[in-house]
Design a protein around this ligand. Structure first.
Ligand code: NAP
Length: 259
């Protein structure tokens, strides 16, 4: 049994939909008070209303993680509203695809602006409040793509997701003496609104390459993040948890087919 995190203030970036919204829902279910962010105000207000209806204290702040002032403001608003900040889930991310030969400089700048600059700026902005909390937690949403696997069209995406882990290891050392841990969750293929739109055939095709024969849920990722936020996980820092139904394990297609 883990010590409850009831009342803790949690900030989840990029939580107006998808995995971030799932992480927010799991933390709210555990009694935390949650601030969610994203750039689209309409989606943000809608997500906050939906999460609020499920019960719990939730607030939305319109912020772009790629902009330093936005990160400072989202942390300030979370601290003002919920009396501090205990957990930052740096989750906001984008994954447009482009083959390397067709990729433009603009494509590369855009993905790095959100996925890596945004991760670094959000963590930097949260440090004073997390230090004050006495049990600060940073949980990054990375991916299996980049750190472990590759996928055509995602060389730039994979580079940002691997870069998050490079950032994490030094940040974990720098923040350890303040009692702040920095860890990452590496999702495999997760069902989000975007994927649902692609239909059942697409789902089955993707599920066929996963030993558990199903994709992950946003709650699967939220539960891993919740564990890393507990007091009991307080001696774990600079580490990764892969949440992928065994997707990275098969050494060939036959290994899954012969299961
Ligand atoms: P999603 O459904 O597209 O949601 C992305 C969220 O991030 C939205 O709330 C979006 O809102 C927000 N966002 C995007 N750019 C932002 C920015 N610059 N500033 C603030 N918020 C921003 O994506 P997802 O699938 O949930 O992915 C979330 C994270 O999980 C990403 O880091 C992704 O790399 C990682 N991941 C996903 C999967 C998967 O299978 N889905 C697998 C591995 C890793 P706005 O557009 O309104 O800003």
């Amino acid at each position: 049994m883990f010590t409850p995190i009831t009342g803790r203030s949690v900030l989840v970036t990029g939580a107006t939909k998808g995995i971030g919204k799932g992480i927010a829902r799991v933390f709210l279910g555990a009694g935390a008070r949650v601030t969610i962010t994203g750039r689209d105000r309409t989606a943000g207000a809608q997500a906050a209303a939906e999460l609020d209806a499920d019960g719990g204290e939730v607030a939305y702040v319109c912020a772009d993680v790629g902009v330093a002032a936005d990160n400072d403001r989202m942390v300030a608003e979370a601290v003002d509203r919920f009396g501090g900040l205990d957990v930052l889930c740096a989750n906001a991310g984008v994954f447009p695809d482009a083959r390397l030969e067709d990729m433009t400089e603009k494509d590369i700048d855009a993905i790095f602006a959100t996925n890596i600059k945004g991760t670094m700026l959000s963590v930097k902005a949260a440090i004073p409040a997390l230090r004050k909390s006495g049990h600060g937690r940073v949980i990054l949403t990375s991916s299996i793509t980049g750190p472990i696997t590759g996928y055509p069209g995602w060389s730039h995406y994979g580079a940002t997701k691997a870069a998050q882990l490079g950032f994490m290891r030094t940040a974990a050392i720098e923040l350890a003496s303040s009692g702040i841990t920095v860890n990452a969750v590496l999702p495999g293929n997760v069902v989000t609104e975007g994927l649902t739109d692609l239909g059942d055939e697409y789902y089955q095709k993707m599920a066929a390459s996963i030993p558990m024969r199903k994709l992950g849920t946003v709650e699967d990722i939220g539960n891993a993040a919740l564990f890393l936020a507990t007091d009991e996980a307080g001696y774990i820092t600079g580490q990764t948890i892969v949440v992928d139904g065994g997707q990275i394990l098969p050494e060939s297609l036959a290994a899954v087919e012969d299961q």
